[in-house]
Design a protein around this ligand. Structure first.
Ligand code: 13P
Ligand code: SF4
Length: 322
């Protein structure tokens, strides 16, 4: 079907000015053609910029949705518009596909905060305690764990063990937030998301004073003091669903900047207040490097076979819980 560029622009006109859109158009048209030629699909995380999210992505969502969808992709090539651990997860779940990431340097401060040796050390220190690794980790770290979780299912994964104590690595704040929700004792690690750790409760309270009645939605990677003063905490998909369900008159998403743009496109009656923090890793992905990676078929995500089997098991166990 030919690309209806007028319709496409109407979808994003509230968040992309016409002059910027004109600059994006050649890449959008080229990417659309290349996807057909390469038999490729683009999976994009909720933090991707609107020209990617609404302009070229075939499948969008939070980390959990992208993992689930990656498993069912039939096309030959998956381009992951997101960060490296997301591309690795897609490769683990659909190993016969060529998985490309437009910039191999698109990392994550959480994934960087822990090594496989650290996980082994935690096992030695707490023998018999189940080890849950956040999906924001390398495949090598996942391979050392019993099961993975995302922010969208962390509560259910913790509760699925039915034990009083678990290890959840490496996000200290997610662990504290889930411990408060479940009552399970969670042994964690001092890893933090460099985007969410910067929000403060004071900032939220000032926002509430400046915008009376505002709805505050926070990602659970935020410090517990921030979650405590929010109206709701959940994964990026859960925040988006909240806006769709509750249709708040005014909302602030305490998370990465592009989320508000992407959600605002679908909710013209909601006013989005936008104090937000940028994720420099997510922002490494652009239309032009998506185009380039489809032209050159680089950079491919490859996982050491010695760890892939065990890492896959941890991700598959997670998907079996939900
Ligand atoms: P979600 O799983 O909620 O999409 O979060 C991913 C992430 O990187 C948050 O910072
Ligand atoms: Fe990692 Fe935080 Fe960026 Fe998400 S927003 S990819 S957790 S650094």
């Amino acid at each position: 079907m030919p690309l209806d560029l007028t319709q496409l622009y109407q979808n994003v006109a509230r968040v992309i000015p016409p002059a910027e859109w004109a600059l994006f158009l050649p890449d959008i048209e080229a990417i659309t053609r290349l996807k057909r030629e390469r038999n490729a699909v683009i999976l994009a995380h909720n933090y991707q910029t609107p020209e990617i999210f609404h302009g070229v992505a075939d499948i969008v969502g939070d980390s959990l949705a992208l993992a689930r969808e990656a498993m069912h992709v039939e096309a030959d090539v998956i381009v992951l518009a997101g960060v490296h651990f997301m591309a690795e997860t897609a490769k683990l779940l659909n190993p016969s596909k060529t998985v490309l990431i437009p910039d191999l340097r698109a990392g994550c401060s959480l994934a960087e905060s822990i090594t496989p040796a650290d996980v082994r050390l935690m096992r030695e220190r707490y023998p018999g305690v189940p080890v849950i690794t956040y999906v924001n980790t390398s495949a090598a770290v996942k391979a050392e764990s019993d099961i993975c979780c995302t922010s969208g299912n962390a509560k259910k994964i913790v509760e699925s063990f039915g034990v009083p104590e678990v290890i959840m690595l490496p996000d200290e704040y997610l662990a504290q937030n889930i411990a408060a929700e479940t009552g399970v004792k969670i042994i964690s690690w001092a890893g933090h998301c460099e985007v969410h750790e910067r929000f403060t409760a004071r900032e939220i309270l000032e926002l509430r004073r400046a915008h009376p009645g505002i709805t505050v939605l926070a990602h659970p990677e935020c410090p517990p003091e921030v979650v405590a003063v929010a109206d709701f905490a959940g994964s990026t998909a859960a925040m988006s669903d909240y806006v769709a369900r509750e249709q708040p008159a005014r909302v602030v998403l305490i998370t990465e900047c592009s989320m508000s743009d992407n959600v605002a496109v679908k909710h013209p009656n909601t006013q989005f207040i936008r104090p937000c923090n940028l994720c420099p890793h997510m922002k490494r992905i652009t239309l032009s490097n998506i185009r380039e990676c489809l032209e050159t078929m680089q950079s491919e995500v490859v996982i050491d076979p010695a760890i892939a089997g065990r890492a896959r098991l941890a991700v598959e166990r997670m998907l079996a819980v939900l």
